[in-house]
Design a protein around this ligand. Structure first.
Ligand code: ZN
Length: 253
């Protein structure tokens, strides 16, 4: 059930009758010369809606702009500051919670949002007694940004928006990408790279590898989505069944 499609009268009984709700979150940012800017939020929304239909959980409207300033050199990319993003997502959840639900599953389509979402989840649990789990809209291991896997997912979900004639295979700038990979080996520290520093096309992935967006196919995308949705549904059922008091902090001052 999509919350935005029902009246307040129906919302009253729906939100009063469940304690778990899904919030899709994504971004509006470049996804190579061939995929739409909305790739991440469209995927998050589509995956969240499938999970919502299968589990009976309500789905909130998608948060379509996220933490994406590292794509700023590519026209059309939109972003908000992490502090604004955290406040916004937090307020969306708090407002939904005021109608009843206390458990939330964020289905996140954009890796750049993850650090901020973790802070939101920690604060909501500590300060508001609201439990928020952050799930990815994509499986953890994809070949890269706007590469074969992500492009395949879009060919499955929104084929009319993908321009395969414009897809390119890309090997990223090895000097910077290599340093980034080595920095990640010695610690969690990263540096403030922009995508364009790594890749002129916006398609990028592991250093030393050519990311082959041109190999994308709809059946491959369907496989990725199906396997991941099965896992998300299983997780949603578990969270639904979990007792709120088992998820919240012990009494504290
Ligand atoms: Zn993406």
């Amino acid at each position: 059930m999509k919350l935005a499609e029902v009246s307040w009268v129906d919302a009253q009984s729906i939100l009063g009758g469940v304690d778990t709700v899904i919030l899709p979150v994504g971004s509006t940012e470049q996804h190579g010369p061939h995929c739409p800017l909305g790739t991440d939020h469209m995927t998050a929304e589509a995956v969240a809606n499938i999970v919502g239909d299968r589990t009976g959980l309500p789905v909130l409207p998608v948060v379509a702009v996220g933490v994406s300033s590292h794509h700023r050199q590519f026209p059309g990319t939109l972003w908000v500051r992490p502090s604004v993003f955290r406040d916004y997502v937090s307020d969306v959840i708090l407002s939904a919670s005021s109608h009843g639900p206390r458990k939330f599953i964020i289905v996140n389509g954009h890796g750049g949002n993850t650090a901020s979402l973790k802070e939101v989840a920690e604060d909501l649990r500590s300060d508001e007694d609201i439990f928020t789990a952050i799930a990815n809209a994509f499986p953890a291991k994809l070949d890269g940004h706007a590469g074969e896997d992500e492009t395949s997912v879009m060919l499955h979900l929104r084929p009319e928006l993908v321009k395969m004639g414009k897809a390119v295979d890309t090997k990223q700038n090895e000097a910077l990408a290599g340093i980034r990979m080595k920095a990640q080996k010695v610690g969690p520290a990263d540096f403030g790279w922009d995508t364009i520093d790594l890749s002129p096309t916006g398609v990028f992935g592991a250093a030393g590898k050519t990311i082959e967006a041109t190999k994308a196919t709809a059946p491959h995308g369907e496989e990725i989505v199906k396997a991941h949705v099965d896992e998300l549904c299983a997780f949603a059922e578990e969270l639904k069944a979990a007792k709120l008091e088992d998820l919240l902090p012990k009494p504290h001052k």
